[in-house]
Design a protein around this ligand. Structure first.
Ligand code: NAD
Ligand code: ZN
Length: 374
């Protein structure tokens, strides 16, 4: 049975004047939603979070095919199953994930489904991994954002884009597991593989960076330093078992608390200049994990010699190097145990129609995770 969904649609990537509240790059429209196809499910969304990667599609840092229904961090209840769905039932709560894995390409066969070639190609085309579009407006196809498009009352997604979680998790908490937590905690636990007693610096304390900071604390790091421009985020780092600081004070804070450089540095700003600074904050033999997504034309300026002579490792981390069906339940269990207080990432809750104002708050660096409730 075909249906309808009310969704936030972007017509053009880049070229929108600020403030977004006045110029409204996102339009709220009733779209036609196909019935779930082979291996697909329809989900009634009840919470979705705004991530910087959504803002990057709006401001043109991440150019995507248009028109596109945005949103990639969300949760909801399964309400219909397409043919061939296994392991999900109507009524299940699912967390949506932003890269489905095919299980057959070389990265998938190497245990690196977070680099799936078919999933990345489908995301680049703005299609579901099964091919094509389930969203249409007056006969025109509307592209899917990262196979999810969850700034919408209802979505059709591939079953490989959905991870079942316990029904009792509050929707606004479940939502952040889909991107901020999967990405940030995974950067600390999977990509950096932080060992107990190590020292860690996290650059950028948005949803992703604060989740990385929580992951570092939960990994038993001896000292964790979080760096951001925004005083409220620096203060929150202090409440989460880390030391918060602004960039101008970082050298002094590192000298005082680390006596030098860090074992592990995690960059979550999405700026190549900040990444170059993060690289220099790692000790000889240190590991530098980069999570932020700079504009495609940005180039990284590093002293080439230092990689060898200082034995550093630079690690790119997409989706927290996660196996979502393995890692989301683990992170939920850590949240239940009080070791990942991810509810602290939620800075405000909103209605779908607030999205243009929410883009402004993220652009100004004020908000952490702003959550839409449906
Ligand atoms: P955000 O905007 O909420 O957070 C970025 C933070 O960086 C802000 O708090 C901002 O104040 C801070 N910042 C800006 N300039 C800084 C500087 N010079 N020094 C220190 N801090 C500075 O964004 P987010 O949603 O947390 O996402 C972070 C980045 O990660 C974005 O680039 C996003 O596109 C990317 N991302 C990557 C993945 C992945 O799989 N690798 C997944 C999600 C998001
Ligand atoms: Zn995201």
């Amino acid at each position: 049975m075909n249906g309808k969904t009310r969704a936030a649609v972007l017509a053009q990537s880049g070229g929108h004047a600020k403030p977004y509240a006045a110029n409204a790059p996102l339009r709220f429209a009733e779209l036609d939603l196909d019935a779930p196809g082979q291996g697909e499910v329809r989900v009634a969304i009840d919470a979705a979070g705004l991530c910087h990667s959504d803002l990057s599609v709006v401001n043109g840092d991440r150019v995507r095919p248009m028109p596109m229904a945005l949103g990639h961090e969300g949760t909801g209840i399964v309400e219909a199953l397409g043919p061939g769905v296994t392991g999900l039932e109507v009524g299940d709560r699912v967390v949506l994930v932003f890269l489905p894995s095919c299980g057959r390409c070389t990265p998938c066969l190497s245990g690196e489904g977070y680099l799936c070639e078919a999933g990345a190609a489908a995301n680049g085309r703005g299609e579901l991994i099964g091919g094509g579009f389930r969203l249409h407006e007056c006969g025109t196809d509307v592209h899917h954002h990262l196979g999810v498009s969850c700034f919408a009352t209802h979505v059709v997604v591939d079953q490989r884009s959905a991870v079942k979680v316990d029904r009792d998790i509050p929707a606004e908490v479940a939502a952040v597991f889909g991107c901020a937590v999967l990405t940030g905690v995974g950067a600390a636990i999977n990509s950096a593989a932080i060992r107990a007693g190590e020292t860690v610096v996290v650059f950028g304390l948005g949803g992703v960076g604060l989740a990385a900071l929580m992951g570092a604390v939960a990994s038993g790091a001896a000292t964790v330093i979080g760096v951001d421009l925004a005083p409220n985020k620096v203060a929150l780092a202090g409440e989460l078992g880390a030391i918060g600081t602004t960039p101008d004070q970082l050298d002094a804070v590192m000298a005082q608390h680390l006596g030098g450089k860090a074992d592990v540095v995690i960059e979550t700003v999405g700026n190549a200049r900040v990444l170059a600074g993060a690289y220099t904050a790692a000790r000889r033999g240190g590991r530098v994990v980069t999570v932020g997504l700079p504009a495609p034309e940005a180039r990284l300026d590093l002293q080439a010699l230092s990689l060898v002579a200082e034995g550093k490792t630079l690690i790119g981390s997409y989706m927290g190097s996660a196996i979502p069906a393995r890692d989301i339940p683990r992170y939920v269990a850590m949240w239940r145990a009080g070791r990942l207080p991810v509810d602290r990432l939620i800075s405000s809750t909103h209605r779908l129609d607030d999205l243009n104002e929410m883009l402004d708050a993220m652009d100004r660096g004020e908000a952490i995770r702003q959550i839409i409730r449906f």
